[in-house]
Structures are given as structure tokens and as C-alpha cells.
Design a protein around this ligand. Sequence first.
Ligand code: FAD
Ligand code: SF4
Length: 331
Amino acid sequence: MKDFAYLRPRDAQEAVASLARHRPGARFFAGGTTLFDLMKLGIETPATVIDITRIDDLQRIDASARREIRIGALATMSEVAEHAVVQREFPALSESLWKAASQQLRNMATVGGNLLQRTRCAYFRDGLEFPCNKRTPGAGCAAIDGLNRTHAVLGGSSACVATYPGDMAVALVAFDALVDTLSPRGARTVAVRELHRAPGSTPHLETVLADDELIVRIRIPRDAVGRASTYHKIRDRESYAFALTSAAVALRLDGSQVADARIALGGVATRPWRATEAERSLIGGSLTRRTARRAATLAFEGARPLSHNAFKIALGIETVTDALMLAKERT
Ligand SMILES: Cc1cc2nc3c(=O)[nH]c(=O)nc-3n(C[C@H](O)[C@H](O)[C@H](O)COP(=O)(O)OP(=O)(O)OC[C@H]3O[C@@H](n4cnc5c(N)ncnc54)[C@H](O)[C@@H]3O)c2cc1C
Ligand code: SF4
């Protein structure tokens, strides 16, 4: 690991000012479970690391407002997963966190850092011998003609087909969550759905955040659709593994008819993926295994398999179908 300067600001304003003063080449450190990993691999080499872990204001989970729950960026994955209001009103969010990483990691890692975790594409992470456009723009992509079993079938480009690996963002996208940020230019709000970029020809640009922007909190509308929700995750082993396919699904029924449906996909796309056509296909009808499967199939319309990952389409359709039936049981 390369030497770096270490700063510990007292509040969010000071953190943002420090980052602006030391960029490019400065990074916030929250739980450190992504950042230090990448620094040890030599993929991230910040000259300055800004420790935001002691900023109390960013740690609170506030469920006192009627319209939304507010989760500070430094709340840990465990704290959010265990929060009683989250478990009751957004079970898919709680499950997306429980099914991620390990207990030790969840106790360290923060939700702000979780949103900004980077891809697990082995060519991106494994040394510097393979071409990777995300690491070195213009270098090429080793995965497209290489081992691409875990890569994306939705949202890829000729420059990059890496999946967005996180679970929580998939649930947040289903719930229309927002992030509040702070930078030297002031505060702003970004929908989680708009936070991650499609790779296009610039896969090294992963989010719409500027390099001096701090995530302050996540806000989730307290919508009745959250209660009948689930996060269904399929992986190579039942714990401590990233998703091959996953689905965050939420439903509201009016009698036997679907009044609201949310479907977001993980493990299969280059960014957290909302399947709006699939959602629309369910509205106004009754939810049976047959209509669930039809919606799930729609969710994968336009999917483009690579040489080793066509199985993700069939598996993804099963994942969404099962998730819809699980959510129905909770309505
Ligand atoms: C072995 C292993 C298995 C894992 N399995 C899973 C899994 O199954 N599912 C899953 O979803 N995740 C998984 N993860 C990823 C893990 O959840 C993330 O590493 C973690 O959530 C990142 O949070 P952090 O607080 O440690 O971030 P850090 O490492 O501190 O930061 C990550 C990045 O975000 C930036 N950052 C952090 N906080 C902010 C902020 N408030 N504002 C702006 N920028 C910020 C940092 O500068 C850095 O670039 C796994 C990780 C490991 C190591
Ligand atoms: S898929 Fe993306 S991250 Fe992986 S090697 Fe290709 S460019 Fe790099």
C-alpha cells in the first residue's frame, strides 16, 4: 500500500472542504471495507484519506417523520438491518443488508460506503495485468471475451459489462429512495435510481457524484408498498457471496388486484435496475404464478448474454417470479 496523508474532520462541512482542498487523489474513509481492500490491491492509491467515522450527525437513523425515514450515511449495515421500523416497513431493505457480506463486515461497513462500493469483476480487481477500461480508460475489457459468468446481461456496453455488486441499492431503487449530498457548492438531492451511471464509453465514471461530494443521508418515502416486500438473492453459496441474481420486490394489493408493484434487479445489470415495464404488466390484474412469470420474463426483455452467463436470464426470471409470490404472501 502506498503512503497517504490522514485527516480527521470534525463535521460534514469540514470533511467536504478537506476533500475539495486535497483533490484529485483524496478519498473519504467510512467503514474502510471497500476502500482499504482496493488500496491493498493497488487499484485505489489516494494521496489523502479523510476519516469521516467520528462525525456523529451522519450516524443517526431517524424514523420520527411521518413521510420518510432518514438514514445517516454512517449508519452501519447491521444497524439499519436490525432497525425495528426498517424491518416492519421495508423488509426488503433489511433482508438486502442481512444477505450481504458477513456479520463482521456489516458491523463495520456503512450504508454510504455500501452505495459506492465498486465492482467485483475479477479483471478489475486481480492485479494490473489484464486490460480494464474501468481501471485504465481506453485499455480494453478482458471480460467481454474472457471469463464472464458473473457479469451483466443488462445495461452493458462494448467498453464494460461489470455488474454493480451491491444488494442494498437494489432495494432502495425499488422504494424510490433519495440521497442527500453536500459539497462546497452546497446541498443537493439525487434519486438512488439516478445515482449509478450506465458504463457507456466511460465505465470509470460510476456515479453522478462529483469527486468532492459527501453522501449525508438516505431518505426513503414511507409508502405502504414497502411492507409487503422481499429481497430474494441467489448466489453460489448461501452466505457470504455476491448475487448471481437478485430481486427486490414490493406489492400493494387492492382486494385481489395489484395496485402498486415494484421490481428491481441485482446481480444481472451494470447498475441497480428497475424493471418498470414488468411492474406495469401487473397493475390492475390479479397476481398468480403465471402473471408473475410473465412480468419476470418482461424484466429480462432486451437482456444480452455473454459467452458464459446466459444462465442468468433463466435464473433471473425464476428469482423475480419467486420474489413476487413471496411478496404476495406478505400483503
Ligand atoms: C468479502 C466481502 C464480501 C462482501 N459481500 C457483499 C455482499 O454480498 N453484498 C453487498 O452489497 N456488499 C458486499 N460487500 C461490500 C461491502 O458491503 C462494502 O465494502 C461496504 O458496504 C462499503 O462500506 P464502507 O463503509 O466500508 O465503505 P468504505 O470502504 O469506507 O468506502 C467505500 C467508498 O465510498 C466512499 N465513501 C464512503 N462513505 C462515503 C460518503 N458518506 N460520501 C461519499 N463517499 C463515501 C469512499 O471514499 C470509498 O470510495 C462485501 C465486501 C467484502 C470485503
Ligand atoms: S467488465 Fe468492466 S470492470 Fe471488468 S474488465 Fe471489463 S471494463 Fe474492466
